[in-house]
Design a protein around this ligand. Structure first.
Ligand code: FAD
Ligand code: NAD
Length: 480
């Protein structure tokens, strides 16, 4: 049967646009449909990641970190500033410029790869037909293969309904027009900690209310504990076991504030904030994405059900990125996009879901890949651990930033690396070395035998590998 395209991709986030480009590189006739409009009503490609996620948050994290360093640590280097002033408007304009350059860059890449970009909201119908609505226009296209990459949206709480500018989600928190005196954050997850850090560095008093009694349960236990202590020292007030009861707008002396009531083991509490950021997770965008006749299946958590190859229950229909199971991370979605493109072309395509790195871009950064010590213990795995603190690294000292450490876990008998956990400066960059080593099936002995440049932060990985067998050079280890 003749179709309009070989492949239709629904969604142009990091999962969808990567899938579209790779499919085009493989010689397919591809369309990519997206409905993300900027303030001027123009299509803005790149999805959550480029428009309101990874990129704008990292732009603000970078700017706010520089502001914090200028305020507190330049003097240690003998750099004196006679005055320091925050120009939030310029900071925000810089962030917006980065976003618009990158989103238009995606447009250029799609065009260069001859991907047809279609603006509108798509819905999958039966027989791999896709209906696209754009204002009053409605069109239907067909393809041999469909890739759904419709992404995710912030979870909202009934107890804290969003308002235009006082109770906001992560998107609102990326665009405050002035630095609020007091910021409340619901949820001490990745977004809460990153955006909480941005506003704390810029001068807000930040309180984070977390429902769970464990801080960062997915992170190595020691690193999570150290991080909690460091964040507290920085001034982030993180309250665990804090169950939100209600958030509502109150007007005090003609000024609107958010009044938040919550409960913990000591009783009920009430506090006021100038802004409240709700960061309690994200949910898959599946509300409008397919018609009943398309006969796709959702899993128990509302994600499109797929197998390891991202195949849905319908032949020729794939789903990738945040709309399917697995970590909601841009690089996970992009890799799924690459894999599905190869599979459609009849090539080999596979992802090792055990080796997807995670990063929390606070200061210090936290990054990890593979299993945590607590997971290995729970699974009854026999393992060895090697640790190296950055306080013993010459390069970290030269930076004036020695917080954190590298921890490597390997199998007791085979020495194969099972997990690497890093907290410290540039952990987001360092972790890729661990991912590469693990992807190649390396042992800690392989890393121990590798030459690392001196002085670098990477040497901490070398030393942690040596430490697994009690032979680190720059720390004193107990004899086994
Ligand atoms: P999305 O990026 O959500 O893109 C989906 C696209 O599909 C959107 O453009 C949407 O408009 C479009 N769409 C949806 N439905 C339809 C439809 N029916 N028709 C047409 N188009 C449709 N991840 C990281 O890895 N690193 C980070 O540092 C990081 N930081 C983040 C910071 C914040 C504040 C947030 C909110 C997220 C962050 N993430 C980060 C997560 C990351 O943004 C997501 O994992 C990633 O964007 C998911 O990619 P995706 O392509 O699956 O979906
Ligand atoms: P999250 O799942 O990381 O954290 C949400 C937190 O909110 C959890 O700790 C949860 O216990 C808590 N919570 C839930 N309901 C609550 C309530 N009623 N009261 C108090 N606390 C409550 O979710 P997030 O921080 O919103 O991030 C969403 C997704 O975006 C994540 O999956 C993450 O992977 C992705 N993301 C990644 C990065 C990164 O890679 N650096 C950055 C930002 C976002």
């Amino acid at each position: 049967m003749a179709t309009d395209f070989d492949v239709i991709v629904i969604g142009a986030g990091p999962a969808g646009y990567v899938a579209a480009i790779r499919c085009a590189q493989l010689g397919f006739n591809v369309a990519c449909i997206d409905n993300w409009l900027d303030e001027q009503g123009a299509l803005s490609l790149g999805g959550t990641c480029l428009n309101v996620g990874c990129i704008p948050s990292k732009a603000l994290l970078q700017s706010s970190e520089l502001f914090e360093q200028a305020s507190h640590s330049f003097s240690q280097h003998g750099i004196k500033l006679s005055s320091l002033e925050l120009d939030l408007e310029t900071m925000m304009a810089r962030k917006n410029k980065i976003v618009s350059e990158l989103t238009s860059g995606i447009g250029a890449l799609l065009k260069a790869n001859k991907v047809k970009v279609i603006t509108g909201t798509a819905k999958l119908l039966a027989d791999k037909k896709v209906e696209v609505v754009n204002g009053k226009d409605k069109n239907t296209f067909s393809a041999k293969n469909i890739i759904i990459a419709s992404g995710s949206s912030s979870v909202e709480l009934n107890a804290a309904p969003l308002t235009e500018d006082l109770i906001v989600d992560s998107t609102g928190a990326l665009s405050f027009e002035s630095v609020p005196s007091k910021v409340g954050v619901i949820g001490a997850g990745v977004i809460g900690l990153e955006l909480g850090s941005v506003w704390r560095r810029l001068g807000s008093e930040v309180t984070v209310l977390e429902a769970q009694d464990v801080f960062l349960p997915m992170v190595d236990l020691k690193i999570a504990r150290d991080a909690q202590r460091l964040y507290k020292k920085q001034g982030l007030d993180i309250k665990l076991n804090a169950r939100l009861l209600q958030a509502q707008i109150k007007t005090v002396n003609k000024i609107k504030q958010v009044e938040v009531s919550y409960q913990d083991e000591t009783g009920d509490h009430l506090c006021e904030f100038d802004k409240l950021i709700v960061a309690v997770g994200r949910k898959p965008n599946t509300d409008y994405i397919f018609d009943d006749e398309a006969e796709l299946i959702l899993d128990e958590r509302g994600f499109i059900h797929v197998n390891d190859k991202c195949e849905t229950s319908q032949p020729g229909v794939y789903a990738i990125g945040d709309v399917v199971r697995g970590p909601m991370l841009a690089h996970k979605g992009s890799e799924e996009g690459m894999m599905v493109a190869e599979l459609i072309a009849g090539n080999h395509g596979v992802i090792n879901y055990d080796l997807i790195p995670s990063v929390i871009y606070t200061h210090p950064e936290i990054a990890w890949v593979g299993k945590t010590e607590q997971q290995l213990k729970a699974a009854g795995e026999s393992y060895k651990a090697g640790m190296f603190p950055f306080v013993a690294s010459g390069r970290a000292k030269a930076h004036g930033d020695t917080s954190g450490m590298v921890k490597i876990l390997s199998h007791s008998e085979t020495d194969r690396i099972l997990g690497v956990h890093i907290m410290g400066l540039n952990a987001s960059e360092l972790i890729s070395q661990a991912v590469t080593a693990m992807a190649l099936g390396a042992s800690t002995e392989d890393i121990a035998l590798t030459v690392f440049a001196h002085p670098t932060l990477s040497e901490a990985i070398h030393e942690a590998a040596l430490a697994v067998d009690n032979r680190a050079i720059h720390i004193v280890q107990k004899k086994p």
